[in-house]
Design a protein around this ligand. Structure first.
Ligand code: ASP
Length: 441
């Protein structure tokens, strides 16, 4: 029997109806042994996530204001689930513990963690599973990072003794012994940690979309879903802004070679997206490009100098000036007499005069040109460099759409081509690339 670790996001456990759907999914397969639960999310567009309600309640208590009404509203979110499902669970005493905590000396992370803690206890009671409090087995180190090995050993030992269990997402214990949370969306990380510790065959991440899309649906109409993607391709697309999961959720399972399956709680019949350690080639249909993602908000600093090519250490000095200002660079396209550095516009803005003065003083360029409206687009696909004509197709698509290419970088990972375009052309460029690689025969 395959062992599956599953994580349900906030929208998948937002109310009693969603609880029922999640329970049906879990119980429909006997290998679905270990479940990680988020706090209740939004029930509709204008609703508030329980985690946000908890932070707001903490703020009231920490500033000495009356928090009782806010806490009462949170209790109501949980009691409506438990009453509707007829779960026998003593919410009253849980909330009196929380109320006392807020009175005696509130801690922000502890408060935020109560959403996952209570929702997981409710789900465990509903399913008849054991409950595991990650405060006893997920550890952070002195620097505030996950202590991966200690956690894996402790959690592994606990899971061994359980048939089926629900683990609360989002938190663990800090080096000081207090509850500590991951950053927002961190239940994804807990899910990955549980999958690794359980030596699961698959990590199912249940959410409210049927997987990852091949382009941003806010820009491209009805982009195709991605059926399979490698960890490497995912990393390239996520870096360019495509988000499907918490970034840190990939590491624990990638390390253990466990595939992730992104699934939709509201459409369990959809197979979703498989994120796998290795893929032979691209998708079965022979598609070269797996996904396209991009971001606005970059600037280019272009330095021109005759015979720049012969000046030993020029590039190192230019990059050193930028690094000394605390700005990290994204790409460094260069020519015989020119060199450009692409940086994040926001980081650059604060250090602009310092960087430009230093470049003038120490490199004496013939020209120094700054452009603060660059958008980067990454076209990602495994093995596309071995396929002839990909770059040509990409450039002619942009030319046909009348988009001027400001920068080109064929990633050395060999699975992406990055182009820089004017921010004003971003949407047009993304659509032109999508049409060419996904719609054209
Ligand atoms: N409930 C937390 C949040 O809203 C963690 C999570 O849902 O993954 O960020």
């Amino acid at each position: 029997m395959n062992t599956t670790a599953l994580k349900f996001g906030g929208s998948s456990l937002a109310d009693a109806n969603q609880f029922r759907k999640a329970a049906d999914i879990i119980l429909s397969h006997e290998g679905r042994l270990f479940v990680v639960a988020s706090a209740p999310g939004k029930r509709s567009k204008d609703d508030t996530k329980v985690t946000d309600m908890l932070y707001a309640c903490y703020d009231l208590a920490a500033s000495g204001q009356d928090f009782r009404e806010a806490l009462g509203k949170i209790e109501l979110r949980f009691s409506s689930i438990s009453d509707e499902l007829g779960i026998k669970f003593d919410l009253k005493s849980e909330f009196s513990v929380i109320g006392k905590h807020l009175q005696d000396g509130p801690q922000r992370d502890y408060m935020a963690s109560r959403g996952e803690y209570l929702n997981s206890k409710l789900l465990a009671a509903f399913l008849g599973f054991d409950f595991i409090d990650p405060a006893s087995c997920i550890f952070f180190n002195e620097e505030g990072n996950l202590d991966a090995e200690r956690t894996n050993t402790a959690l592994g030992a606990i899971l061994k003794g359980k048939k089926r269990a629900v683990v609360a997402g989002f938190y663990g214990t800090g080096a000081d012994g207090n509850v500590r949370t991951f950053s927002r969306g961190g239940s994804d990380v807990t899910g990955a940690i549980v999958a690794r510790a359980a030596k699961a065959d698959v990590y199912e991440n249940w959410t409210d979309v049927s997987g990852m899309l091949s382009a941003d649906p806010r820009i491209v109409t009805n982009p195709e879903p991605i059926s399979e993607i490698s960890y490497k391709e995912l990393r390239e697309l996520s870096y360019m802004g495509a988000s499907v999961m918490h970034e840190d959720a990939v590491f624990p399972v990638r390390q253990a070679g466990i595939p992730i399956n992104i699934r939709n709680t509201n459409r369990p019949e959809d197979s979703g997206t498989w994120i796998v350690p290795h893929r032979k080639s691209t998708a079965d249909d022979g598609r070269v490009v797996t996904g396209i993602a991009g971001k606005k908000g970059f600037s280019s600093i272009r330095v021109e100098k005759a015979m720049l090519n012969n000046e030993v250490g020029f590039a190192a000095r230019l990059l050193d000036i930028i690094a000394s200002a605390g700005v990290s660079f994204e790409h460094v396209p260069s020519g015989i007499d020119t060199m450009s550095v692409i940086v994040d516009s926001e980081d650059f803005r604060a250090q602009r005069s310092r960087i430009l003065e230093d470049v003038q003083d120490s490199l004496s360029p013939d020209a120094l040109i700054v452009d603060t409206s660059i958008a980067l687009i990454a076209v990602v696909g495994l093995g596309m460099v071995y396929r002839k004509g990909v770059a040509a197709k990409l450039f002619s698509a942009l030319a046909r759409a009348d988009v001027n290419i400001r920068m080109i970088d064929q990633g050395s990972s060999e699975i992406n081509i990055i182009v820089g375009v004017d921010e004003a052309d971003y949407e047009k460029a993304l659509n032109a690339l999508y049409d060419t690689f996904f719609k054209a025969p």
